[in-house]
Design a protein. Sequence first.
Length: 730
Amino acid sequence: MDSALEKLSETVRDAGRSKRALRLCGGGTKDFYGQALEGEVLDTRGHNGIVTYEPSELVITARCGAKLSEIEATMRERGQMLAFEPPHFGENATLGGAVAAGLSGPRRQAAGALRDFVLGVKIMDGRGEVLGFGGQVMKNVAGYDVSRLMAGSLGTLGIILEVSLKALPLPVAEATLRLELPEGKAIDTLNKCGGKPLPISASAWNGGELGVRISGAAAAVKAAREKIGGQLLDAAQAERFWTGIREQTDRFFRNDAPLWRISVPSTMPPLKLQGEQMIEWGGALRWLFSHADARTVRETAKRAGGHATLFRGGDKGILMQTALADFIRDTPEGREADAILRKCVHCGFCTATCPTYLLLGDENDGPRGRIYLMKQALEGREITDKTRLHLDRCLTCRACETTCPSGVQYGRLLDIGRKLVEEKTARPAWENFKRRAVAEILPRRSLFALLLRLGRLLRPLLPSRLAEKVPASSPAAGAWPAPRHARKMLALAGCVQPALSPDINAAAARVLDRIGISLIEAKGAGCCGALRFHLNYQEEGLDDMRALMDAWWPHVEAGAEVIVMTASGCGVTVREYGHLLERDPRYAEKAARISAMTRDIGEVIAAEFDRLEPSLEKSGERIAFHPPCTLQHGQNIKGVTERLLARAGFDLAPVPDAHLCCGSAGTYSLLQPELAEQLKRNKLSALASSGPKEILTANIGCLAHLQSGTELPVRHWIVVLEERLKEMSF
């Protein structure tokens, strides 16, 4: 990796560690386009130059920082061009910016769009790693669609480092004709000409004048001139005209109103919209300068069978249009929901990683469909039992957040939407009873332990589906080291973990003791609040959070370094205390501090692993690791535990679809048992596919859920790691 790439990689890795947003920038000539700009600028111009250019192969490969003007000048010397005529919008335009914007110029109607010319790319992902897709030949199929996907991605999918593009020869002859025609007649003429074998390479109508460019062999151009008619422009006039269209320097573009780009079928009659219009691409592209309401423009385009994009000016923060109802619009929740909704570009990437959409195939059982359902509810439209059903089916796994290129905070929107839907609909009595029982029993550690013991006694008499949820026994905790070290950390015992698997926190305490850290459980510390909060008893959940902070606070003030989470389901919630309680004057400051102190046990061990490694007995045992959704998506902790286990000598079996949920999802396996069972079977099949001796995970809910469906041992990874430590007495 050269120095420029290494610098980019380190910046990306550092931003990932500190969770800073980056804004990719080349020449900055297209900063006006797309969503409102946010984040720290990452300048890509240092990675520049043409890598290879093979005129005989019609392929050019260049780096992201290479100037478009230099690329096109080099190609022109060899009689070739970028046939999609990418707009520059300034002398500093770069190839990376052109591909990221995905914009094409006047010749697009004949030659195709920019994406059609992308043969291969190299990109840098969010981990600072360089990935390659496609190649440098037109018949290459490896990663071909991924390469094209980068066109128009606006930097959301990765840094475009290098691009291979198809080149085409410059036309032998070219002519531009001008015809005086009204708008409707111009559209008819363009479509009639489009249905004939005429070498039309560009067209543009505005203000009663239609410009048509014909390109190709001299004889073909001459014949087309005679058929189309009109006034022939000299070469200099034609160059100025098409450059003005391509670079938006034509007099039409000297307008202060918002500029809309409207794509419609080419045969569509004139659009009845207020403002000044230009027509390109044989009638398929309509430019509109207008102060008309955004909804009016978009709905007009939709009725015409197309869509409208705000190209310049206006409110760039508005991607999804919203009109929240009066009852919620000016509330804190309403403002937050509105901001989240407006980030969604309805691209649908999220559906590919949504477990319930993949199972059911229903748009309303995927994130995009649920977002629209919540939007309708927030706008005051009818909320039905069906709306509630689709929201109930959501696992809140947040895989969609990992996938989303626009940063939509789906999980937080779901909290707001579910609360509203719960208030506006009436559940059947049996559903209410089940949810209330779960909310009353599980957070009460002693009550849950008592009922678990009772369940074990009655296990032979229970229905099979219920019996499999009751483990026959719990592992012994073992000795807990005395708090003998100066360095101290807090641990959350949790609700069900002490009864189901008391060995987890005890093992964590013994491992940390080896490092020189004493792990302490605060007396009186109860539920983290996640359970009741996500059952829509949100105020009760917030009360649980406040009570837990009160129990922890003396230890925090006494100098506890970190709050260690051995259950990632609790960890993701505690890390959000700062946000969930930011409007509570008594607890806001405490909540922010608690969130900042919270670490997953994997993060803690990773930071201290060099001190632990000499004590490990490395066995090479083959294991499969299941990263809980609350770890990899909720907390965005990916690969940390896997790397630890590999360093500890374990042989990690590859697991297909590791990003998908196992179906546990807090109380989901109790309230949506059919879907949870399908997801469990799928996950266990994937985990067992490479023949591991046992399955490791990082969350008690996943552990218990998976263990109920397999004979393979399912354990917390910290317990297994502790077993590999050489004997030492406490």
